[in-house]
Every structure is written in C-alpha cells, then in structure tokens.
Ligand binder design. Sequence first.
Ligand code: F6P
Length: 365
Amino acid sequence: MTAQRTRRICVLTGGGDAPGLNAVLFGLVMRAAHHGIEVIGSEDGFDGLITGRTMLLDEPRVRGIASRGGSIIGCSNRANPFAYPVRLPSGEIETRDESARVIEELQRLGADMLVALGGDGTMFMTDRLGQLGVRTIGVPKTIDNDLAATDVTFGFQSAVECATWAVDRLHSTAAAHDRVMIVEVMGRYAGWIAIESGLAGGAHVILLPEIPYDVERVAQKIHERTQMGLTYSVVVVSEGAKPVGGEVAVLEHMPKGHLPRLGGAGERLQRALEPLIREHEIRVTVLGHLQRGGSPTPFDRNLGMRFGVAAADLAARGAAGRMVSLRNGSVVDVPISEAVGRNRFVPPDGELCQTARAVGIELGG
Ligand code: F6P
C-alpha cells in the first residue's frame, strides 16, 4: 500500500502545557512549509475541533515563538473527545463521546493528518482516533517525563530547573530559622521531577510515588542531622508520594475519563512529622504551576524543534500512526500505541535512587 501524501496538517497541543510546545509548533510549521504542507492549529487541544475553533499557522505566526512558554494555540486537559465534559442545567457534569464531531471537523477543514502534541492521555485519544480511521502523528510532551517509548519528553528539563532553583533557595531560609522545609513538586504518579531536583538541589529527604514512605524514617533522618549540629532539613516530596499503606493525596476528583487533581502531599507530611519533630518548625512550599510556566530551557527548545521537524517529515512521508521519540540521543519514530497504557517510573533501585542513597539522602523506604 502506498502512503497517502499529506497536504494539510491539523495540529493541537493536548493536556497541560509544557515548556517547549511553541518550539515544536515552530519546527513543524517551518518544515511543513518546506514540504508544501499547510498547517492549521486547533485551539485549546481537542476543544477547537469539537467547537470549531481553529487558526492558520504560517511562518509570520510562528517566527520567534520557540523561546516562549505556553502554547500559542492554547491547551486543554479537559477536552477528551471520547469523554467530553458537558455541564447540565442541574449543574452536574456529564461526559459525551464527541469523537465523530472531531472526525467531521477534520474532514471539513481538509486536514489529512492530525498531529497531536501531548502526554499519555493525549496519545491514548490519538491512538483511538487512529483506530477510527484518522491519520495521526504523536509528539510526546509532559513535564512529568512519564511517557513510555521515549527516553525523555520536552518540558521536563525546564520543570526540573525550576524545582532545583526552589530547593536551592530553601536551604538558606531553612538554615536561618532551624526549620524543616518541605517542598511539594509535580509529576503525578512518577517521581522524576522530585528525584532530579532533589538530588541537584542537595535535599536531605526525597519522597517519590515509587517508594511508599515511612514517616519515622524521615523523622530519624532529621534527628540525625540535628545531632550532627545540622539544625535544618530540606525535604522534596512528589505530589504523588504516599505513606506506606496510604493513598495518594487527591485535591479534586474529576468526571469519568479524566485524571484526578493531585495535591496536599506536603501538608499531609507536615501533619505526620509535627508530633515526631518537636524541636523544629515545619513549613511547606507547593511549587505548583511555576514548574510549567516560563521559557523552556535551551535543551527543551531544541528537542521541541527537532520533534516538530521530525513530525513534519513523517507527515510528508504519509507515515500515520507514528510518534516521534528520542532514543539514545537521536530522534526516531515508534508506533503511537507503544506510548499508550504504559508509563515510565523512577526505578526504586535504579542508578538515580542508588546515587541519592549513596550521598546520604533518605528516600523514606
Ligand atoms: O501532567 C502535568 C501536570 O502538571 C502534573 O504534574 C500535575 O499533576 C497536573 O498536570 C496539574 O494539572 P492542572 O493544570 O489541571 O492543575
């Protein structure tokens, strides 16, 4: 079977934003123009295809955007075409299957390739649309770095840089007040941001979703430091970290087909530690969306551009059902299905955790 030539791409940025999305759009649009392919952007992820909001992306529109955070076409982590949330007059939220509407809109726009930038959720939706006959290409994105089938996602390094900056700064104020400073970082059910920023920032305790923690061990570490005359401690806790036998702290449950909002892991740890650490005050900093905002690092800009160019090349070849990926430093492509239903977690006995233990960091379990 000969691959169908692509004439018009529809691109969307699904899920939460990640630094580097605009760099992908820049690379994609510039390279697509070289192949004589037009690019249209769907606004706010799949929402634009469901509600009929799209924009032409041409060179004047994308010039100079690679260094900017966010996405010039907007993002949505609610617009799942297979479980689209609709508020009923009663105030209740019902989810509807709007996939047929997405397919119709792509046809109406004359888009013969859908390029979806996103994390595991977006790749799942894109793969399902592929099964319904839509020609699709995936571009892996997430600050969480938990996507299977790629060694790294763009956005992650920028998030780690932000979290490291925060951990670095907490040392001096913690020391000045002899306090325990807890910093809660993002990452969902994967501890990549926590382990990398905690190691780089010299945290004394790092708690990951992959290693359920024993609060007594955390307290013990703080006591040992106090006995050595080190009267403060910095603890990095992943939002998805949980105590042994406990659950992940959820801030808000979402309608069917949508992930819950995580949050509160830092405060919960504070409450559990307070009775065990009477000699120090404990303060919590939740970094939240600071980790997603702002300019991408040079690495994320360049990886984004490389992914964008590679996605345009795939589209030009008519290679549908593929996702661009970074493997051993090179951009390759893999079936989108490889990124679906399988996440990448921090191996509890892998090199990063071993290094942390070797330099005296307590991992809680
Ligand atoms: O997946 C990226 C991420 O930033 C997670 O680390 C975090 O749990 C979630 O998105 C936050 O989502 P929202 O922007 O909906 O609060």
